[in-house]
Design a protein around this ligand. Sequence first.
Ligand code: G6P
Length: 610
Amino acid sequence: MCGIVGAAARREVSAILVEGLKRLEYRGYDSAGVAIIDGDGNIGCHKKLGKVAVLDEAVLQQPLAGATGIAHTRWATHGQPSEANAHPHVSADQIALVHNGIIENHEELRESLTAQGYTFNSQTDTETIVHLIHSKITTGLNLLDAVNAAVKELEGAFGLAVINRDEPETIICARSGSPLVLGLGIGENFLASDQLALRQVTDRFIYLEEGDFAEITPDSYRIWDKDGAEVEREKLHLTDRAESASKGKYRHYMLKEIYEQPDVIRNTLQGRIGKDQILEQAFGTEAKAILDKTKAVQIVACGTSYHSGMVAQYWIEGIAGIPCRVEVASEFRYRKFVVQEDTLLVTISQSGETADSLAALRLAKTLGYASTMTICNVAQSSLVRESDLALMTEAGPEIGVASTKAFTTQLVALMLLTVALGRRRGLNKESEAEIVQALHGLPTLLEETLTLDKPIHKMSEAFAEKHNALFLGRGAQWPIAMEGALKLKEISYIHAESYAAGELKHGPLALVDAEMPIVAVAPNDELLEKLKSNLEEVQARGGELFVFADKASGFSSGEGVHVISVPHVADVIAPIIYTIPLQLLSYHVAVLKGTDVDQPRNLAKSVTVE
Ligand code: G6P
């Protein structure tokens, strides 16, 4: 996704801006640009296709003097990657703007601005914003009031920063659906879409909240909330300990990463959902053509990522109504199979470098798949570079070998893909709105679910002496049970298996005795009664049950049954919520057993060999 940097200082800022863009390179981008107001009050602008290094070279060859400026790395949504489409966009040589997000009503705005005499130089949705702001300025407003008036007319998602030749010391920024952070200096202030871009100039930051807009000058900053009231926001002093590559207050990376899930899911949703619908353009410029022709989906992945693919199979067939198959990459790459016409091949991977998944992608390209897409957490990775489309998860660096936050962000990305495919197969607006509402509420529900940590810690004591465990689920919760079993075996070395609960009677029931804890995930869905019958079969054979159940599902703790109540959630997001207690259970069991939680024996984070 796009990166934004801005600086209002009393020294030359071009090098600061370009360095900020370099620090955002990890996110992936296709073009970059910078605009600076010089001492005579003129806006100088360079835009280049490709790497920030190309822009850097242009700035070296033709320096842009000045102490107030904005810069941007673009990840194309509306219009191909090109210099004309790169940001900053400029209106009447007076206003320059950078934007991260998608403006849904850009067509109407373009029409009305064209009627007012504005000429468009790009195919972007962003250019409408800069002309809209300029049109407000021509009515006599200053930049702050013009931005404020203009954003009221925007529908969609934006983080934006704007400069005005006539107010050469000021930058105005606004956020709604895309992140922005202010960086505070002495006699200079900054802004960016990610604090990482500004670490070379400051360690003091203020994160803007949803709907906020702000003004920075070298000596001041002011923030207003969505109602226009001036507000103070918390100042953060970020020391190295606060950076994501440290454990912070947590004993292990895995625990920290479990707790990061509400935030990283917020980040993964940012700019990709509007009030009632998903913002499909955020998938990239080629997405529409690819999704339009997709008649079937083949998912390929390994390990935890394979489990997210299995959940997606329930969603894509159940919600989008098109055939979906899922297979582990190590099998897929060596098997003979039939490729259905117009099938989209989707790889899912945290690292983007897993050898089997990469080999599967390369093989698929020779076998007649219509297009390829990856759902991935590392922007510069091989899978991203070699796929037609990339839908990035925004989990941030995941250090613990056992994957946690990468998994749940993959599920979120897969739900967005499901809706995008469903739209083309009769998923109506009401149903889409219900799913989007559920996604909006997801981070808060995850926070609530994390408060179960203490009772789960207590529950984990019952597992410490056990050698085996069985995990059960039905429907889309079956892969969640599989992921729960994988987590437990990866980090506690307890042998754990997972079954679709209905399969119990076909074999695993023979294993059930007091020494075999049975873990079940039991949301209040249409399969609940079936699951209950399966669990009664366990109890009748003296098995001890550990059930994660919806408050309303009618389970209660008693002899041989331990129940933890999980918040009530909509069916569509239940797999994401029920993942959390299983992650916590494995974590606490591993800590009790004294294993190396973050680097379990024999396992690697990124498996780049076959
Ligand atoms: C390794 C890791 C797992 C991961 C799997 C797939 O086995 O230990 O946590 O799920 O690789 O990795 P990927 O990066 O492709 O998601």
